[in-house]
Design a protein around this ligand. Structure first.
Ligand code: PLP
Length: 404
């Protein structure tokens, strides 16, 4: 029920791992009047954002933009490349990998889910060795695609996509490589062409700092070839018409015009600053958040430090403390939203997002909300995470940027 006594002032702390807080500059860009999506101005905007998105995906090949959430772009990647009954190999790194698997099964492909046993699977990334073994055993090449999640938003664990590519090459297997970087794009290193990815799936509401409602497929020539013979039903998601009309900057149906303004602004912000600077910023926030969690003495959901996500930190709550009750308390007392534990880890962990319109002080404030909430819930903390993160940011200033 709506609590009418609750009148928070100031900005709400949206510290979930997406949708991320949208910078004012992007909100202002999106507030412009809606234009004719078949008029002369739109084509210029369309061509600009399509070219910008190629830079962000690091690809020379086409990028599809859908007026849909990320789930739509997941479906688009599959229906454009596969036919009914095709086998696909997926890897369970967390809730989103499981959902993509469920979606694939519902589309009528034979989706096989590899994974590490027990609770460990949701604390680790993709095991490229297991993929290699499975592909080597598939001597008849019935597996048509390998699908993996780059930044598992439900756990805060990243996966080494270049290692998956190497595993596929070592196995000499011709399957397509499909990657979900819905929460990784524009906040951690991603290289569509260099890593030999055939379809990359992404969304607007995470590193691109936009509201939800727009999603992407970056393609490879091999994926485009596969789309010519794939027979899963498709119309809205079909690449062929999109590829044709995108050449002029237009779309086969009504694009979300105002999100396009926002996307153009977001690309300017990200590309003007430089992707490497953006990646370093997120890594630094990730280190700051982990300094706090370590000081509290609580375990981080990601068990391998080499795979820590720079975009979010998953915190495991002590036995007996329901993470959702803690989140509720923090929301009600301090007007701060934290990500819930999803699927298998519901109630066992919460997620702190450090992406979008964030800075050191917003992150410190969010961590202070967590610390107060943990103490109010009776958790005996080993130390102050807030002091630890303040010390970390003080000792590690943002490098001064000198632009030539
Ligand atoms: N994949 C990942 C890694 C995600 O984080 C999400 C959403 O958070 C999705 C897929 C699903 O995207 P959407 O909720 O935009 O449909």
């Amino acid at each position: 029920m709506l609590n009418l006594d609750f009148h928070p002032t100031g900005r709400h702390f949206l510290q979930i791992p997406g949708p991320s807080p949208v910078p004012d500059r992007i909100l202002r860009a999106m507030s412009l009047p809606t234009i004719d999506h078949r008029g002369p101005e739109f084509g210029v905007l369309g061509l600009k954002v399509l070219a910008d998105m190629q830079k962000i995906f690091k690809t020379k090949h086409p990028v599809m933009i859908y007026p849909a959430s990320g789930t739509g772009a997941w479906e688009a990647a599959l229906v454009n490349t596969l036919s009914a009954g095709d086998a696909v190999l997926m890897f369970e790194t967390g809730h989103f990998a499981s959902l993509w698997h469920k979606l694939a099964s519902r589309l009528g492909v034979k989706a096989e889910l590899l994974g590490l046993p027990g609770a460990q699977g949701w604390r680790q990334g993709v095991n490229a060795g297991m993929i290699e073994q499975r592909l080597k055993a598939d001597s008849g090449h019935s597996i048509k695609a390998v699908c993996v999640v780059h930044n598992e938003t439900s756990t805060g664990v990243t996966s080494d996509i270049a290692a998956v590519r190497r595993a596929m090459d070592t196995a000499k297997h011709p399957a397509l490589l499909l990657v979900d970087t819905i929460s990784g794009l524009a906040s951690t290193d991603y290289r569509h062409d260099e890593w030999g990815v055939d379809v990359t799936v992404s969304g607007s509401q995470k590193g691109l700092m936009l509201p939800p409602g727009m999603s992407f497929n970056a393609l490879s020539p091999k994926a485009i070839e596969a789309s010519k013979t794939s027979t899963l039903p498709k119309s809205f998601w079909a690449w062929d018409e999109m590829l044709e009309i995108n050449k002029t900057g237009y779309f086969p149906y009504t694009p979300n015009t105002n999100l396009m303004y926002g996307l153009s602004e977001a690309c300017d912000m990200i590309l003007d600053q430089g992707l490497d600077v953006v990646f370093k910023r997120h890594q630094r926030w990730g280190r700051g958040a982990r300094a706090a969690v370590n000081a509290w003495g609580l375990p981080i959901q990601c068990a391998d430090p080499a795979l820590y996500s720079p975009i979010l930190t998953g915190v495991m709550t002590p036995e007996g403390l329901d993470a959702d009750a803690l989140r509720k308390l923090i929301y009600e007392r301090f007007d701060c939203s934290l990500g819930t534990g999803l699927g298998k880890v519901k109630g066992r962990m919460f997620r702190i997002g450090h992406l979008g319109d964030c800075n050191d002080l917003t992150l410190i404030a969010a961590l202070s909300a967590c610390e107060m909430g943990l103490k109010l819930s009776g958790v005996k903390l080993a130390g102050s995470g807030v002091h630890a993160v303040m010390d970390f940011f003080s000792a590690n200033p943002v490098p001064v940027l000198i632009k030539n």
